[in-house]
Structures are given as structure tokens and as C-alpha cells.
Design a protein around this ligand. Structure first.
Ligand code: TTP
Ligand code: MG
Length: 358
């Protein structure tokens, strides 16, 4: 197999950047996107924040109350999915024009096969023109990594953020990636990181040089994969087109709820919100799932496979049925979530006529 040139693109602080674009007065000041902080009493989480807010230590996934402690005077914006989806589809369109073999992997992220460039220098030029097009059409910046495969390209993207282009050739993996901390490898969370560190493996290079059998003893098949990743080996292809597998929304209540009426109202709101995205994107869904978390943080999830459907009532009634056993009023509820999965494009499923309802 000839050597490939793979690019990875990731938008810079995406939701926050779109908020800055909606309201240019926010530029240069800390902006935090996520749940309502309610003067520090809010109970959801931070979706993302701009780089100014990151200087205060604010991060994605952090409780919004913690963000408030760190940066009370930031501007807090509610999550505006429709605005981010719109920017995202436009950006993906721009990328596809430059590199038709591309794979969207998240709302703000894509891989491209740039092997047609034939050299890393040409690939850098391509990266620069993609960045220039996205900036001129959307006024948003992104970072791009270039490598011999998806893994190296993705790690490269994060090496120069925001607004960077970073190339790492196969023969540079040792020099450029090995000094990085182990948690830069995808899938290495806090737990794995601490197990690795306990046996003295702190950098990507430590893992790459270690005995693969030792890692297999510790983590099974995962250990083998960690070792291969650290050595920069990755054969995964670019999967030409992207289908989200599910759409979900959840809500954390301001106070733990017992009131059945309010819970039903929330189920109704989440169902409508999800249904809006399902129809806007032209999908059928084939499963409905729920999540419920009590004030004790005890959490339950349930999922039901259904006939392919696109209507609101199926989401609402299935969610309600799945949720019902937990709504006996005995425990206070902190959070509920609904997810529809098994998404297929409506065009796609016509060939599977038997599944289509109504
Ligand atoms: P990321 O690309 O991980 O983050 P980012 O674009 O905000 O910042 P960076 O410059 O470091 O790439 O995620 C893309 C978007 O997904 C982000 O703008 C908001 C959303 N998101 C969440 O809602 N919750 C999360 O925990 C994370 C990580 C992201
Ligand atoms: Mg991003």
C-alpha cells in the first residue's frame, strides 16, 4: 500500500466562536457556552468556552457552578444547536469541495484523505486554502493536522491550536509525538492514565517502547491497541460519508423534582426538541432511549427498539413508557434525558419500505 496523507480538521472553541460571531461585542472577553449559571447555583455543565475563559481554568464538561467560581464575569450563553448545526454543515461543504474523500466525525471535526496532494508540502498548502475559505465564508478559525494516518493527524491538530497547521510525517513520529503525555492518545482517560503512570509509563514514547505483552496483561486487547497507537500505527480508512447514529438531549433541573406535571412537561419539551432535529435533518429513528438521574445521582437508562419512525408522538409516548416505572414519586429527580438512535436518512430507508410507518 502506498503511503497516505491524512488531514484532520477541528474548529477552534466551536460553540463559543459561533456565539462570538452572533454577537461580535463578545470578542476578546471570556465566553462560556452551556447551562444557565444562575449566579453560581446553576446545575448543568459547560459545553465549551473560548480561549479567554480557558485562561481562568474553565473547561468543557465542568459543572457550570464551578465555571462561575472561576470566572463570574464571563458572558454565559445558552446552547444554540441550530446555529452550530448550520455553521457546521456549511463548513463540511467547504471541506468536501477541497477534499471529496472526507469523513465528518463530530459537529466540528472531519478527516480528509489528501493523498492526492502527493507531498506534505502540497498538503500544507491545501490546509491553508481550506482554512482561508472557512475564514472568508464563516469568519471562524480551525486547526488542521497532517499525518500518515488518522491517529497522527488528530494528535497533530491539537499540537498547534487555535488557528494552526501541524504536519507530522511518519519518520517524525518519534521526535514529535513520543515526548507528549500519554493522555494525548485518543481513548486514554484518567483511569488508564493513572494505571500506566503507576508502572512508569507517562509519555507516548514510554508506551511505544514498552513491552506490548505487559500492556496486554494489564488491559487485554485494549493494551495491544494502546501500544500500536503509541507507535503511530493506524490503518483506519476514511469512511466517505457521515451519519450521526443518535440525537439526544437532556435537562438538569434547577431543584430536584418530585412534581409529575413538571417532569411530563420536560419530557414533552425534550421530545419536541429532538423531533425538530430529526425532521430538519431528514431522518428516521429506530430506537428511543431514556436516562433518569435521581437526587442521589443513582442513574438509570432504558432503550427500546421500534419500527422506523419520524413522528413526535412516538418519541414522547415511548419515552414516557420507559420513564414511567421511575416516576412513582418516591425519589426526587435531578436529570432526565431522551435519545433517539438507529438514525437512517429518509431517502435511504425507502428501499426498506416494510419499516416505514404511515
Ligand atoms: P471540541 O472540538 O472538543 O472543543 P472546542 O471546539 O470547543 O475547542 P477546541 O478549540 O479545543 O477544539 O468540541 C466541539 C464542540 O462540541 C464544542 O464547541 C462544544 C461541544 N462539546 C460539548 O458540548 N461538551 C463537551 O464536553 C465537549 C468536549 C464538546
Ligand atoms: Mg473543536
Amino acid at each position: 500500500m502506498g503511503s497516505r496523507i491524512i488531514m484532520h480538521l477541528d474548529m477552534d472553541c466551536f460553540f463559543a466562536a459561533v456565539e462570538e460571531k452572533k454577537n461580535p461585542q463578545l470578542k476578546g472577553k471570556p465566553v462560556i457556552v452551556g447551562a444557565d449559571p444562575k449566579q453560581g447555583l446553576g446545575r448543568g455543565v459547560v459545553s465549551t468556552c473560548n480561549y479567554e475563559a480557558r485562561r481562568f481554568g474553565v473547561r468543557s464538561g465542568m459543572p457550570i457552578s464551578k465555571a462561575w467560581q472561576l470566572c463570574q464575569y464571563a458572558t454565559y450563553c445558552p446552547v444554540d444547536f441550530p446555529a452550530y448545526m448550520q455553521a457546521s454543515s456549511h463548513i463540511m461543504g467547504i471541506i468536501r469541495k477541497h477534499a471529496p474523500k472526507m469523513e465528518q466525525v463530530g459537529i466540528d471535526e472531519a478527516y480528509m484523505d489528501a493523498s492526492f496532494c502527493e507531498s506534505f508540502d502540497k498538503a500544507k498548502e491545501l490546509a491553508a486554502s481550506i482554512k482561508a475559505d472557512i475564514f472568508s465564508q464563516q469568519r471562524l478559525t480551525c486547526s488542521i493536522g497532517i499525518g500518515p494516518n488518522k491517529l497522527v493527524a488528530k494528535i497533530a491538530t491539537d499540537m498547534r491550536k487555535p488557528d494552526g497547521i501541524t504536519a507530522v510525517k511518519e519518520r517524525e513520529v518519534e521526535q514529535k509525538l513520543w515526548p507528549l503525555p500519554a493522555n494525548r492518545l485518543p481513548g486514554i482517560g484518567k483511569k488508564t492514565e493513572s494505571i500506566l503512570s503507576a508502572i512508569g509509563l507517562r509519555t507516548i514514547g514510554d508506551i511505544a517502547k514498552s513491552d506490548v505483552n505487559r500492556l496486554i496483561d494489564l488491559f487485554g486487547k485494549g493494551g495491544y491497541e494502546i501500544c500500536m497507537m503509541a507507535r503511530g500505527a493506524d490503518e483506519r480508512e476514511i469512511e466517505d460519508y457521515y451519519e450521526p447514529k443518535s440525537i439526544s438531549r437532556e435537562i438538569t433541573f434547577d431543584a430536584d423534582l418530585e412534581d409529575r406535571g413538571l417532569i411530563l412537561q420536560a419530557i414533552d419539551g425534550l421530545s419536541k426538541d429532538i423531533h425538530g432535529s430529526v425532521t430538519e435533518e431528514g431522518y428516521f429513528y429506530r430506537s428511543v432511549g431514556i436516562k433518569i438521574r435521581f437526587s442521589t445521582f443513582e442513574t438509570h437508562t432504558r432503550i427500546r427498539t421500534i419500527k422506523a419512525s419520524a413522528d413526535l408522538d412516538t418519541i414522547r409516548s415511548t419515552a414516557l413508557e420507559l420513564m414511567a416505572p421511575f416516576l412513582d414519586g418516591k425519589k426526587r429527580i435531578r436529570l432526565i434525558g431522551i435519545r433517539v438512535g438507529g438514525l437512517v436518512e429518509r431517502g435511504g430507508i425507502r428501499t426498506l419500505g416494510e419499516f416505514v410507518q404511515g
